[in-house]
Design a binder for this molecule. Structure first.
Ligand SMILES: Cc1cc2nc3c(=O)[nH]c(=O)nc-3n(C[C@H](O)[C@H](O)[C@H](O)COP(=O)(O)OP(=O)(O)OC[C@H]3O[C@@H](n4cnc5c(N)ncnc54)[C@H](O)[C@@H]3O)c2cc1C
Length: 468
């Protein structure tokens, strides 16, 4: 129906979707389009989850609109609307600047191949064979090859090549050389072969269009509604408690963190001991820090590229990217064209981060560390935009604590869990009929594309279970 208050929600729905991240939103859309009565509750006061935005001092800051793969066009067209799909445009300029190389790329297979051959002296056959190996990877094949092994196979001893091919993915989600090559391969094939895309109008416009579409499809949306408990009776789900109100439902789809879902909102006692034991293998992903910088109205900045992967670390060391002695930063520069007519310029610097480096600080130490992070980031950005400090009229930082506060992800995890969360996530309904999860688990089922697609997969599973 529409955006409603919790007290106006009905007492019974077919499906309750808890969480308005891209996974929850996409699932709600597919479920409603197929005739189910859906209530979507989001604990924050706006939709989007990690894919969100905020307004300060006349600026709009996008938190996670740095780039997504071409596949998003198909996902939007198929499961959302043509209008959403038509807003997707390619990111024009992506640059790397580090002690090993400075270069610009379109993030396409052709361009990477050209760079590998002409810039790094790799034989064309080797570059082609690398791409062929990635193309042949199938998620369901079991293989023990890890990223280190994959790169050694094609580019032995070439840390610079590994940096080119892996650093953007490590920046995005903290992937290391020790993780399975299959998960890297699929993300690489999605992300680094057809270019990187963005949403014209910004995250705020995307979420507005999504909300309108959900309402048009009859979804009831409650903002500030928090799933507190799943109610289980006779081993199956019978309802939920949301912000103190009991709602009966045949299915609950949690879009929140997998571990919160099982341990906090359901309770381990409802699962088999084997299932709970298997959770010990599920690792949370790391978190992020960001520095948001708004440029004073009337001032502008030169075009320096849309996405800038910068590092002062001499070589590529995934562990260093996570350290709080920040040596690597990704800048997303938003020119007025992203929000036509706005005249707004903003820059968002993103860094990987560990919760333990921020979560246990006292108030004063936390504030000081944030202040220093902002100061160092602006100093580093001056290298690319001389005089930027004088043009900034708003600067703020987000830390793992910020991400935890706004999304409830434990440890402020920016991509949910690592890939080992996928199996338990997919098996929830085998443990408790009526219970489902579609939230970020691993690098394939996360990011904008993965999260949206996982929501759709889960919605289809619910639809199938409803008709059985
Ligand atoms: C700094 C940063 C930059 C990123 N940049 C990119 C990028 O450029 N490209 C890209 O593809 N991906 C990016 N990502 C990742 C991407 O944004 C996420 O993987 C994706 O948005 C996650 O979607 P999700 O559906 O899994 O859930 P989430 O976004 O995690 O949303 C879960 C939602 O559930 C809500 N919730 C939690 N608990 C409850 C409860 N009990 N009751 C009600 N609601 C609840 C939360 O408030 C939240 O809204 C970035 C992430 C971060 C942190």
């Amino acid at each position: 129906m529409s955006k409603i208050r919790m007290e106006d929600a009905k007492s019974s729905y077919d499906v309750l979707v808890a969480g308005g991240g891209l996974g929850g939103l996409s699932a709600a859309k597919v479920l409603a389009r197929n005739g189910l009565k859906v209530l979507l509750v989001e604990q924050h006061f706006q939709l989007g989850g990690l894919a969100t935005y905020f307004r300060r001092k006349g600026h709009i800051f996008d938190v996670a609109l740095h780039g997504f793969p071409a596949g998003m066009i198909k996902t939007f067209r198929k499961y959302w609307t043509k209008e959403l799909a038509d807003r997707i445009v390619q990111v024009k300029s992506i640059r790397f600047d580090n002690p090993q190389f400075s270069l610009e790329t379109t993030f396409t297979k052709e361009d990477f191949t050209k760079i590998l051959v002409e810039r790094f002296g790799i034989a064309k056959e080797t570059a082609d064979a690398f791409y062929a190996e990635l193309d042949s990877m199938n998620y369901y094949d079991s293989t023990s090859l890890d990223n280190r092994g994959l790169f050694e196979k094609f580019f032995p001893g070439r840390n610079d090549v590994v940096r080119l091919l892996m650093e953007p993915i490590t920046y995005a989600n903290g992937s290391t050389l020790d993780e399975p090559a299959i998960s890297y391969g699929i993300v690489f094939s999605n992300f680094m072969s057809k270019g990187v895309f963005t949403f014209l109008g910004g995250t705020d416009e995307m979420l507005r269009l999504m909300q309108d579409d959900l309402c048009a499809n009859g979804v009831d949306i409650v903002l500030g509604g928090r799933l507190e408990k799943a109610l289980i009776s006779g081993k199956r789900l019978e309802g939920c408690v949301v912000s103190g109100k009991k709602i009966s439902c045949k299915a609950l789809l949690s879009n929140g963190n997998l571990l919160n879902t099982i341990q906090d909102w359901v309770g381990e006692e409802y699962f088999s001991p084997e299932f709970i034991a298997s959770l010990s293998k599920v690792r949370l992903n790391n978190s992020s820090c960001q520095v948001y910088m708004g440029i004073r109205k009337g001032k502008s900045i030169p075009f320096i590229g849309d996405l800038l992967f910068t590092s002062v670390h001499p070589t590529f060391e995934p562990g260093e990217i996570l350290s709080d002695k920040v040596s690597s930063r990704t800048y997303s520069v938003y020119y007025p064209e992203i929000r036509p007519g706005s005249g707004d310029h903003t820059v968002v610097a993103s860094m990987n981060a560990k919760y333990e480096d921020w979560g246990n600080l006292g108030e004063a130490a936390y504030r000081e560390k944030k202040r220093r992070l902002i100061e160092l980031t602006i100093g580093n950005l001056s290298k690319y935009i001389p005089g930027i400090a004088d043009k900034i009229d708003y600067a703020e930082a987000a830390t793992p604590k910020t991400f935890e506060r706004y999304t409830l992800h434990r440890g402020g995890s920016s991509f949910g869990t690592k890939f080992d969360g996928l199996e338990p996530s997919m098996k929830l309904s085998e443990q408790i009929p009526g219970l489902y999860h579609a939230g970020s688990v691993g690098i394939i089922m996360s990011g904008w594309l993965g999260a949206a697609n996982y929501g759709v997969i889960c919605a289809n599973k619910i639809l199938k279970d409803f008709t059985c």
